[in-house]
Design a protein around this ligand. Structure first.
Ligand SMILES: NC(=O)c1ccc[n+]([C@@H]2O[C@H](COP(=O)([O-])OP(=O)(O)OC[C@H]3O[C@@H](n4cnc5c(N)ncnc54)[C@H](OP(=O)(O)O)[C@@H]3O)[C@@H](O)[C@H]2O)c1
Length: 293
């Protein structure tokens, strides 16, 4: 039975990776932050060398894009140096490393979805740390799969610390006040279960290198908020704003949607349409909410 060790297993993507690899018959070793801090190099080495997994999946990350501008070292330790610890140890035991990265490695000036071969140019501390993580993974390993995703949302976000954009919108809607969302920034929100299924498919096919798993539909955050409200049956007061009016500590790429070019070339199942995934998300979050998660 193939063994997979999953760092970040309590995150919204980690939860889906655990269940997808379990269902596929892998022996899964999930590690949450409570089990292990990935910045602890000795602990990372101990877990990987004692389990000797066929595959190490890293979906743990420092995701606080704006806070990272105040503490760039903290972001770098988790998103870059910890990935180096993993890569160095994967090399020792000959494990495949599957590492998740972000659309924020791009600067958004292309004005069209980014492919795997487009030049990277991160705009802030979080983005630089994630790009450095990709570089460390690729610096030490030939057998590495870097999966770039965008605006991740999975039902476990109902209870995770960082949550996700749909949950933020639903909370604001239930707060009853006017909601302002930028209309001049475009991404391709990726549904966590769909990412996990393609990850399994890519691993089973032995694919290496960088692969984009964008949500399939480039969409502005404003239009995405509208779609979320439609799917949830809510109709709050929603107003469009823009980056000039709505300032954030971190610079963000204006157009960071991902083109899933390699996925198509490789004949991997395409990412599902966003309308379909937000419907599935709403159903799944009801299960989490009913379970008192
Ligand atoms: N969320 C997005 O919109 C988005 C967009 C683009 C790319 N990505 C990438 O997609 C991947 C999955 O993200 P996600 O949405 O699942 O994020 P998430 O829900 O925030 O999960 C990340 C997990 O990493 C854990 N973690 C953070 N620091 C850690 C540390 N030092 N040691 C061990 N665990 C630690 C977190 O624990 P705590 O909750 O206890 O901190 C959390 O369980 C990441 O690589 C992320 O960069 C995400």
């Amino acid at each position: 039975m193939r063994k997979v060790l999953i760092f970040g297993s309590a995150g919204q993507l980690g939860v889906e990776l655990v269940s997808t690899f379990r269902s596929a018959g892998f022996q899964v070793h999930p590690l949450t932050r409570a089990n292990l801090d990935i910045t602890d190099a000795a602990a990372v080495e101990h877990h990987i060398t004692s389990i000797e997994p066929d595959i190490v999946v890293n979906s743990a990350a420092y995701n606080m894009v704006d806070v990272a501008e105040q503490e760039p070292l903290a972001a770098f330790q988790v998103n870059a140096l910890a990935v180096r610890h993993m890569a160095v140890t994967c090399r020792q035991v000959d494990s495949l490393l599957v590492h998740f990265s972000t659309d924020y490695v791009f600067d958004g000036t292309a004005g069209r979805p980014y492919t795997e071969t487009d030049a990277v140019h991160p705009l802030g501390a979080y983005a630089v740390s994630k790009l450095a993580g990709e570089s460390y993974a690729q610096a030490y390993l030939d057998r590495v799969l870097v999966l770039r995703v965008s605006g991740v949302f999975g039902a476990a976000g109902v209870r995770t610390a960082r949550s996700n954009f749909p949950e933020l919108m639903l909370r604001l809607a239930d707060g009853g006040k006017e909601i302002r969302v930028v209309e001049d920034h475009v991404a391709s929100p990726s549904f966590a279960p769909a990412i996990a299924e393609r990850t399994l498919e890519l691993v089973n096919r032995g694919i290496l290198g960088v692969v984009h798993l964008g949500g399939g539909t480039p969409i502005s955050w404003y239009d995405w908020a509208q779609m979320i409200f439609r799917a949830s049956g809510r109709s709050p007061q929603l107003k469009a704003t823009n980056e000039r009016e709505y300032r954030t500590a971190a610079r963000r790429p204006k157009y960071s949607a991902l083109a899933n070019e390699r996925l198509a070339t490789l004949g991997i199942t395409p990412m599902p349409p966003l309308e379909e995934t937000i419907e599935a998300y709403m159903q799944q979050r009801r299960v989490y909410t009913a379970a008192g998660a």
